[in-house]
Design a protein around this ligand. Structure first.
Ligand code: NDP
Length: 292
């Protein structure tokens, strides 16, 4: 049976570490890390994520700068808001909650965020540096960074191993592949046009599942003993629940847990790590801003 990686417990450790760093920054340099969390419009899911992030900031002593903007804000006005935050010395990180309304070009907005404050790590320059040998991005996207942290804190080595990532999105699949490569794994990426994905996944010592396909990955896709990180968060109908649904990963947990060496649950695996890494990135941004 696989060792279950407890993302909640690991994320709680990270939050404690971040809180200690925040306290130290405040006493040694009189600096309180600040994170601007920008939300445009009133999408329910976005509001839930934003509230979660703001609450997490408060818990570790990071100052949350709340920027709530109307759905019909113009692209020019949003760019001006980002520029204002870029120039604010009390703001060390800027997070613009996605998706943005259809009339706003997301790529343009993400590119306007100063790379020194790009705590989501989505600026093309940060992603570009992540992709290049010998270069280091200022920030790494939070969910991919969380996956790597789960592996390392569980004692799974990646160097020299075969890693397969299922999914190639800009926010998860691609950056996690680049991180695995930087960590000296031999990496393959499987996507929706890959024929016979199971035969490729079966070669992997480390599997990162980020396809957004409920329970797609079965036990017979997995090499015995492999470490499997399940990023997928899919809601499926469940009439036995009061809500009428439950969350499942891209991995068939019951089946894969009989074969894998390590496995993350959904929920309680990668999810809590994403916010933990956002807090860590914000503190790193604040530290970088200190001139000794
Ligand atoms: P996207 O929909 O942007 O990307 C999905 C990727 O998976 C695409 O590259 C797609 O291929 C690939 N894919 C889709 N179907 C298949 C298939 N049948 N076989 C192989 N590859 C496939 O999703 P995201 O990357 O944004 O998110 C992925 C999952 O992770 C989602 O369930 C999401 O909810 C979850 N998530 C969880 C987070 C967390 O904090 N826990 C954070 C972010 C995401 P192609 O490129 O060819 O279309």
């Amino acid at each position: 049976m696989a060792q279950i990686i407890d993302g909640k417990a690991i994320a709680a450790d990270i939050r404690r570490e971040v809180a200690a760093e925040v306290a130290a920054l405040s006493s040694t340099h009189n600096v309180v890390p600040g994170l601007a969390v920008v939300i445009v419009g009133s999408r329910k899911d976005s509001q839930t994520y934003v509230n979660m992030k703001r609450k997490a900031c408060a818990e570790v002593g990071i100052r949350s700068v709340d920027v709530d903007l109307p759905e019909d804000i113009s692209e020019t006005a949003l760019v001006a808001e980002v520029h204002r935050l870029n120039a604010d010395p009390a703001v060390h990180g800027i997070l613009v909650q996605l998706p943005l309304p259809k009339h706003i070009n997301e790529e343009k907005i993400l590119t306007e965020i100063s790379i020194e404050k790009d705590v989501d790590g989505f600026h093309p320059l940060n992603i570009g540096k992540l992709a290049m040998k010998g270069r280091e991005p200022l920030f790494v996207p939070c969910t991919p960074k969380g996956c790597m942290e789960l592996l390392s804190r569980s004692g799974v080595t990646v160097k020299g191993k075969r890693a397969v990532v299922v999914g190639r999105s800009n926010i998860v699949g691609l950056p996690v592949s680049l991180l695995l490569l930087k960590a000296d794994a031999t990496v393959s990426i499987v996507h929706s046009r890959t024929p016979d994905p199971e035969s490729i996944v079966r070669e992997a010592d480390v599997v990162i599942a980020a396809a957004g396909q409920a329970m797609m990955i079965k036990g017979d896709w997995i090499k015995p003993g492999a470490a499997v990180i399940d990023v997928g968060t899919n809601s499926v109908d469940d009439p036995t629940r009061k809500s009428g649904y439950r969350l499942v990963g891209d991995v068939d947990f019951g089946d894969v847990s009989k074969v894998a060496g390590y496995l993350t649950p959904v929920p309680g695996g990668v999810g809590p790590m994403t916010v933990g890494m956002l807090l860590k990135n914000t503190v790193d941004g604040a530290k970088r801003g200190i001139v000794e």
